[in-house]
Design a protein around this ligand. Structure first.
Ligand code: FAD
Ligand code: SF4
Length: 397
């Protein structure tokens, strides 16, 4: 007699039902499946367990005494890279899509979990299991909104797939790792991106309307290493807005509460992470966490130009000054913001130091958010590495 897995008796929540993590839910998609059975252990916002899952995934948790691991997690290599021939319409040069296509074409995996958009709305996420390169390409570029990538997990078990690649952000990957053993796979590959300051669809609209000159024509945007937000519009034109000119007072409530409480910016549990923030402007930043990640990167190495990562400047003072400024919602007049942008671009942190600047700024903000809004969660929810990072700064009450 075959026994039925306990989760198969569980029922996905209706889309309108309140999620177990309540307002902290990042809509990762787990609760849209019968894997909701494991939510109390698996949810990144109910049971933070990065250290334990690092050990299971990478055979050890990060060395807290190693300054690079403290910030960027367990890794065996970090490089800067870009595609010799970038994929048109990708977020950066398309390294993520290229790895996924290569894995499918070579038969290493049978499917790829990634996120396309709906026909009606380019920013409305639509998670899929891609089985062709065309379907992977249709998922290129960020959907800068909370995306229920794990909502397709039931389909995986039903399809009988045994080798799978999942592309996702930290909260999705934490829940995925927690249920990995229940998926019935022979091999799971995880390709992660860093993620921060995500929003729901309404929040995205508010961000675009308060920040861009033409919110309806934005096809792509990114907070870049030159301390500016770069927007690309439908007609191919671009627009930049200095970080220091953002209307912080109006934008304070835009970011999702989940993202205001997240300390997994660098996607600690992926095998391979592809972002940009530790690399020079125009380049992507790659963190190889384990042998599986190396195997994935090796598949596209001949399509890349690479260079070693570097680090320049000192972020500490800029971070310390930004803490009370953000807290009070200070917005500079545009001329001053532009000037400050030019100065900080010339003398400010670069490469890995820019990545540390961004991590420090977000972790201090998020620590204050959790302390003020969910004090009972502070101790268990903030991982030890984040406590050490935040501990370098003086925080307001
Ligand atoms: P592409 O080849 O264009 O592929 C992008 C992939 O992202 C697609 O496969 C798609 O499935 C997946 N994707 C798109 N939207 C989502 C989503 N909402 N949730 C999960 N997966 C998604 N990097 C940094 O260094 N610092 C940051 O602060 C940072 N913030 C980010 C915030 C968000 C919301 C996202 C999705 C990514 C962020 N990144 C960040 C990663 C970076 O913007 C690029 O996605 C990454 O460098 C890959 O670029 P690419 O050209 O190789 O990707
Ligand atoms: Fe469920 Fe994911 Fe929301 Fe947690 S974050 S409550 S696992 S959907």
């Amino acid at each position: 007699m075959t026994s039925v897995s306990p989760h198969k008796k569980a029922r996905a929540l209706k889309s309108t039902s309140r999620r177990p993590a309540k307002e902290l839910c990042s809509e990762c998609g787990l609760c849209d499946t019968y894997y909701i059975h494991y939510v109390k252990e698996a949810c990144a916002f109910i049971n933070q367990q990065i250290g334990e899952l690092e050990e299971e995934t990478h055979t050890r948790s990060r060395h807290l005494e190693n300054p690079d691991e403290l910030y960027f997690g367990v890794h065996q290599d970090m490089i800067a890279a870009r595609k010799q021939q970038p994929i048109e319409g990708a977020q950066w040069t398309g390294i993520v899509s290229s790895i996924a296509i290569e894995m499918l074409n070579r038969g290493i995996v049978e499917g790829v979990v990634c996120v396309q958009n709906t026909k009606e709305d380019r920013f409305q996420p639509m998670p899929v299991i891609a089985r062709t390169p065309e379907e992977i390409l249709a998922a290129r570029v960020n959907k800068p909104t909370l995306s229920p990538n794990l909502s397709v997990l039931e389909q995986i078990e039903k399809s009988g797939m045994k080798r799978l690649l999942v592309i996702g952000v930290g909260c999705q990957i934490q829940a995925l790792r927690a249920v990995e053993k229940q998926l019935g796979l022979e091999k799971l590959y995880v390709l992660g991106t860093p993620c921060v300051d995500n929003v729901n669809r309404a929040g995205l609209q508010k961000f675009l309307e308060t920040t861009s000159r033409s919110p309806d024509t934005v096809v792509h945007y990114e907070f870049m290493q030159d301390f500016r937000v770069h927007f690309k519009h439908e007609d191919g034109s671009s627009e930049t807005v200095p970080f220091f000119g953002l209307k912080t007072n109006q934008l304070k409530d835009v970011f999702a509460p989940s993202c205001m409480s997240c300390f997994d910016y660098v996607n600690s549990l992926a095998d391979l992470v592809v972002g940009y923030m530790g690399a020079p402007f125009g380049w992507q930043w790659i963190v190889v966490r384990n042998d599986t990640g190396k195997e994935m990167l090796d598949l596209v190495k001949d399509q890349l130009v690479t260079q070693p990562v570097t680090s320049k400047g000192n972020r500490k003072e800029a971070v310390q000054q930004s803490i009370p400024a953000y807290d009070k919602g200070v917005t500079l007049p545009m001329w001053a913001a532009k000037l400050m942008g030019v100065v900080i671009e010339k003398i400010g942190p670069k490469g890995l130091e820019y990545a540390r600047f961004s991590i420090d700024s977000h972790f201090t903000r998020n620590y204050l958010y959790v302390k003020r809004n969910h004090p009972e969660k502070l101790e268990a929810h903030v991982p030890e590495f984040a406590k050490r990072i935040v501990g370098q700064y003086k925080l307001p009450e």
